[in-house]
Design a protein around this ligand. Structure first.
Ligand SMILES: [Zn+2]
Length: 404
């Protein structure tokens, strides 16, 4: 049945208001400095009255908070700047990896409100046991956030392998020994909060790195970057100016299983000569003559002391990384590389070898005159959990009206 003119006009108005709420909150959330209602009106090209009404609605919903008055020096009322609210709403970022699991609650301003990390060895452990443990950790973090009067909006989960978008199954996590695991159904039931997404940890870590970086167009990373997440396994997040590229199914970024030496070491995936057999943390530790569980910081310390077998293992890791990354850069024309997770700590000992391989192998460097940037990551430790939480809080940024 066709709507009469009046309901049609009301629906148009509601849709416009929803759109404008999004525009105003995106300006607030994206600004490094708090903004006044007048500044928001100018930037959003809205009337002062409209901008004020929208901001007031966001303040009442706990999405935006007012700060102390700012006296402008000009005549008129002092301005009250606003910014994304602290501690009112949180997203839960969850992660299961080979050697730890954890949960991190992050608010709309990107601040960590609560978190819990449990190191353990989960390789070969049954998915239901590990997911049960994750649900328990998550409930602890959720309770801590609730005690601080934060509203928990939902969760997203990072796992060390390719996942069908948006909620799985997790297809294959060679280092956990998991194949075709439905992680979303049991976890969603145990959490009792909406599960927004399950994704590869490297893609989520890349998202956290993007948020932590200067977004200016002058940045070395403005034209995109390949984020390499180094741990026991190695994954990559491919960041384009528009966001993280997931591929046709969400399976992109499996650089750890790119062959660098086709007849090389046997990999847990069943192939041979994969990158992670040379640049994964356990491979580096073994090459350095250290125990399998040696942490990246301890490996870096050995290298800093000039320990020859450690330096040799890191040289092999850097060369292998550079060979694999050169293939990716040649194929995708993405001009920068960010070394993340364990590789951020080891970057001083591998970056030169990565850069040397890129110089030798990336065709575009013959005429572009540029050198590919190889940079250590700046996002805080365990970035995939942050990236997962951002999936949830970004849903408020894209449509705040859904959370009024
Ligand atoms: Zn492999």
């Amino acid at each position: 049945m066709a709507l009469t003119a009046e309901p049609q006009a009301a629906a148009r108005q509601a849709s416009l208001r929803r759109h404008n709420l999004g525009v105003v909150f995106q300006l607030i959330a994206g600004s490094p400095e708090p903004l006044s209602r007048a500044e928001l009106a100018a930037r959003a090209t809205l009337t002062r009255a409209t901008a004020t009404a929208l901001v007031d609605q966001l303040v009442r919903a706990g999405i935006v908070e007012e700060m102390d008055q700012r006296v402008s020096g000009r005549a008129g009322r002092p301005a009250i700047p606003v910014r994304a609210a602290r501690g009112t709403m949180v997203g839960l970022g969850l992660e299961v990896n080979v050697d730890y699991l954890g949960a991190r609650a992050i608010d709309l301003a990107g601040e960590v409100i609560a978190e819990r990390i449990e190191p353990d060895d989960f390789s070969g452990r049954a998915p239901e046991d590990v997911l049960g443990e994750l649900a328990r950790v998550c409930r602890t973090v959720r309770a801590a956030a609730t005690r601080r009067h934060a509203r928990v909006l939902g969760a997203a989960l990072a796992v060390p392998g390719p996942v069908d978008r948006p909620l799985g199954p997790l297809r294959l996590a060679p280092n956990l020994g998991w194949v075709d695991v439905d992680v979303a159904t049991p976890l969603g039931r145990a959490l009792r909060v909406p599960l927004f997404k399950v994704d590869n940890e490297a893609s989520l870590a890349a998202r956290a790195e993007l948020a932590a970086r200067d977004s200016s167009t002058a940045s070395a990373l403005a034209k995109g970057f390949i984020y390499v997440s180094g741990g026991i396994g190695i994954g990559a997040g491919i960041v384009e100016p528009g966001g993280v590229y997931g591929g046709a199914h969400g399976w992109a970024g499996e650089i750890g299983h790119v062959a660098v030496y086709p007849n090389g070491r046997v990999c847990r995936c069943g192939s041979k000569g994969c990158l992670e057999q040379y640049a994964g943390r356990r491979a580096i530790a073994a090459g350095a003559g250290l125990g399998a569980d040696t942490a990246a910081a301890a490996i870096a310390q050995r290298a800093g002391d000039g320990h020859p077998p450690t330096l040799a293992a890191l040289h092999r890791a850097g060369v292998a990384l550079g060979i694999a990354l050169a293939g990716a850069v040649n194929l995708m024309d993405i001009p920068a590389v960010v070394l993340g997770a364990d590789l951020a700590l080891l970057a001083p000992y591998v970056s030169d070898d990565v850069a040397a391989q890129l110089r030798q192998r990336v065709l575009a460097l013959h005429w572009s005159g540029r050198s590919e940037a190889v940079l250590p990551a700046v996002a805080p430790a365990l970035p995939a959990m942050t990236g997962a939480a951002l999936i949830v809080t970004d849903s408020v940024v894209s449509d705040p009206a859904a959370y009024l």
